[in-house]
Write a protein that binds this ligand. Sequence first.
Ligand code: MLT
Length: 393
Amino acid sequence: MKINENYLKLEESYLFSTIAHKVAAYQKANPQKKIIRMGIGDVTLPLCPAVVTAMRDAAAEMGRKESFHGYGPEQGYPFLKEAVQHYYFSRNIKLDEHEIFISDGAKSDVGNILDILSADNTVLIPNPVYPVYVDTNLMAGRKIVYMDANRENGFLPLPDDRVEADIIYLCSPNNPTGAVYSKEQLQKWVDYALSRNALILFDAAYEAFVKDSALPRSIYEIDGAKRCAIEFCSLSKTAGFTGTRCGYTIVPEALEFDGVKLNKLWLRRQTTKFNGVPYVIQRAAAAAFSEVGQKQIRENLQYYADNARIMTGAMKETGLWFTGGENSPYIWMQCPNGMGSWEFFDLLLNELNVVGTPGEGFGENGKGYFRLTAFGDRQDTAEAMNRLTDYLK
Ligand code: MLT
């Protein structure tokens, strides 16, 4: 038996696990300290009432013989796919139901999709980036080419015609930087992909945080995207499903490489390796898309947006360069006084008892930067920002 040696190329532990261990060790040594957590992008508001009611009703259905559900369709129940279809249609994007695949979250599908793509492909990944894109490709032994996201390009790299790539990862609004591509910029990426017969893997997990109606929330708002892009989306951040787990992946019918439809391959993969998301959770997710669910969710999104406004206000007060926070729940800031990002992490944890994520954990270009999330409690967020601004005065 031989192990997959590609795993040995990975960092010793996943970024957010490393941080969790450091924070747990600090808390153990200092049990009296109140730590404010703005590290991992985990939501703090509870599920909205419409979702909870649907979940409870669905649980009751499961407890009665006449309405019990066993295995469901691997790609999701029609009632939820219709809800997703309608969600896109309300933004003028037409999808066929079979182009929608319900998943247990964007993270799983972003990794799993690689099953249907050859290990020979060259992958183009922005740096800094959500670590899952890099790790899953390292696990498969794929060649990775990085593109620089930096202060000069607003952390929104554009295609370089000299670079050859088969698979391109884009995330907008971006994790970790909070930067958002314009339609014109995304059109450049779609044109680049089409000109090379390349595939874009578009992570739209943060689309619901876009307030500016001129900015795209889906890659399918861009001409030609259905011929070159798969979109991953999630209810984690939008509807507080980080612990509930439900997302969806769009694989358009028009997506065809070497005469093979990716939709067909993905369906084949899912029917073999996945037994679908639990019925109760799919009912809960469908409720999140209902009129009342959407209204309740928007209130929660507004709460986080208000947190972000407090944070951008504090950033302006410190005079530190930052991006994000306007159409995104993440603030990406330059560390003060030329500090390294882990150095700043330690300082925040030890001196201010605030946890963030070191930019370096997202790649080389994150060195000297730091990510804070707006998913916290209002009072905690305000308190953390006060501690920060006071300290930096
Ligand atoms: C993050 O903090 O980057 C996210 O919570 C990670 C994730 O969504 O998996």
